[in-house]
Design a protein around this ligand. Structure first.
Ligand SMILES: [Fe+2]
Ligand SMILES: [Fe+2]
Length: 250
């Protein structure tokens, strides 16, 4: 089911992806800039977001064949990371609720839902590339909610600033369009998660938890996560908000 949702959306958003994330379109020189159909300002802003081009250079000297092999390995690593993050955040959600931090528990649940979507997308791409996703046994430690938030911020920061930019660079060299889309979905979402976790940690430290959102919306196509209010269509995958997953209870 996940795959059925994912693949059509890839076709819709592939031009947005290559324009916004992977500035280097050398693998598809005929690619045109996307036509923006939506009048929704949130969608426009996100689609036009000036993401910095991946800065990692470790993959820049790879041949296309080596980049393809490396992309398969990267997708396996990303699948493992997303699967672990989903399980970890679900556990962190329970811990937050136990400690009386309901809004933070909702945030962890929303992020857990998003990470599961990323894992399923990566798995679908691996299958399209003729590889099976290796089974994963999530390993993590649940600590206090403050420590769990710090851990989540560190994880999201790594993924958003190092891991996914590097993986996107390699997939771009490989010309693996589906991998680019799946990786970009996660990359863009992790950047938002990082900010949400930072805001939650600040609220926890300042005892202003009441200011945190009490409802989240998760796009089932790309995992994009919205607080409080969602636009008519997802700002990353253009999915209609009617399909969004609402997280307002545990
Ligand atoms: Fe993720
Ligand atoms: Fe995330």
């Amino acid at each position: 089911m996940k795959k059925l949702l994912f693949i059509p959306a890839l076709l819709v958003s592939s031009s947005v992806l290559l324009f916004t994330s992977c500035g280097n379109t050398s693998t598809n020189p005929s690619m045109k800039l996307p036509v923006q159909n939506s009048s929704d300002s949130t969608t426009k802003n996100e689609a036009r977001e000036d993401d910095k081009k991946a800065t990692a250079t470790s993959s820049s000297s790879l041949s296309q064949a080596d980049a393809k092999t490396k992309t398969t390995q990267n997708l396996q690593a990303a699948f493992k990371g997303e699967t672990t993050a989903s399980a970890k955040y679900a556990a962190y959600s329970k811990k937050a609720e136990q400690e009386g931090f309901h809004q933070i528990a909702l945030l962890f649940k929303a992020a857990s839902t998003a990470e599961n979507i990323h894992a399923n997308n990566h798995k679908a791409v691996l299958q399209e590339m003729g590889a099976a996703a290796a089974s994963v046994i999530p390993e993590f430690t649940v600590k206090s909610t403050k420590e769990n938030l710090e851990d989540a911020i560190a994880g999201e920061t790594y993924e958003a600033t190092i891991m996914y930019p590097d993986f996107l660079n390699t997939a771009n060299i490989a010309g693996e369009q589906l991998a680019l889309i799946s990786l970009n979905y996660a990359y863009k979402t992790e950047k938002k998660h990082r900010v949400m976790y930072e805001t939650a940690l600040t609220a926890l430290q300042n005892n202003t938890l009441q200011s945190l959102p009490t409802v989240f919306y998760v796009c089932p196509t790309c995992g994009n996560t919205y607080e409080t209010k969602a636009p008519a269509r997802c700002g990353i995958s253009m999915t209609f908000s009617e399909k969004f997953i609402t997280i307002n209870s545990l």
